[in-house]
Design a binder for this molecule. Structure first.
Ligand code: G4P
Length: 189
């Protein structure tokens, strides 16, 4: 998505060789006009999939998912982080390891909001190692729902998450794929 790539080049800040800070328009201050174009693009890509729900994970995924959901006219369900597995049996849970933080978090979605009739589009801001997406897929599978696809705003193509999911047969659509960002130079794939 050209508009997004231009915005990443204009306002993204490379930290080290592998972290892209986009607080200016996506992760802290949010450019809602840009989000609207991102939502329109996800809808164009998945319009034929009869999506019934968009699933994401708190926090940064929620805003993106909500704007996209307006195009699909479906609800958003977001996985909550830091769930306590012992708080009852009405939750689907999965453990997600973060390489960035070196910690494991339990994520949860209530059984009330996902079922075997759902055709789900997963949406998130970043794809790095793909652990968050795997956790969401695990929960969607527990519900017996179908994963129709995974829509990512920025994929770090030099990390393995996106291609690993594609090789498992999932349809991963990333609106910008970064091939490398060594020495502060962002190269798209
Ligand atoms: P993974 O799910 O793909 O395996 O990602 P990883 O554990 O490596 O990353 C953990 C968190 O860091 C995720 O957000 C992910 O979106 C974010 N992240 C990964 N790489 C980058 C990057 O280069 N730039 C930015 N801005 N974020 C990155 P999170 O901890 O779930 O936080 P939240 O922002 O959604 O609350």
């Amino acid at each position: 998505m050209e508009l997004l790539k231009q915005r990443i080049l204009a306002d993204g800040k490379v930290i080290g060789n592998d972290c892209l800070k986009v607080d200016m328009f996506l992760n802290h201050q949010i450019d809602v006009g840009l989000l609207n174009e991102i939502g329109r693009e996800f809808h164009r890509l998945f319009a034929e999939n009869n999506i019934t729900k968009i699933v994401t994970i708190e926090a940064s995924g929620i805003g993106i998912a909500c704007v996209a959901a307006q195009y699909f006219s479906v609800p958003v369900v977001f996985a909550k982080k830091g769930a306590n597995k012992n708080i009852g049996n009405n939750l689907y849970t999965a453990d997600v390891y973060s390489f960035t933080k070196g910690t494991t978090t339990t994520i949860a979605i209530s059984k009330d909001y996902l079922n075997e009739k759902d055709r789900v589009l997963i949406i998130d801001d970043f794809m790095a190692n793909g652990k968050a997406a795997h956790g969401l897929i695990n929960i969607i599978n527990q519900a017996g729902a179908a994963v129709e696809g995974i829509g990512i705003v920025i994929e770090k193509g030099f990390q393995s998450g996106g291609d690993a999911l594609r090789s498992l047969g999932y349809r991963v659509e990333s609106l910008a794929i970064i091939k490398s960002m060594e020495n502060g130079e962002i190269v798209f794939g």
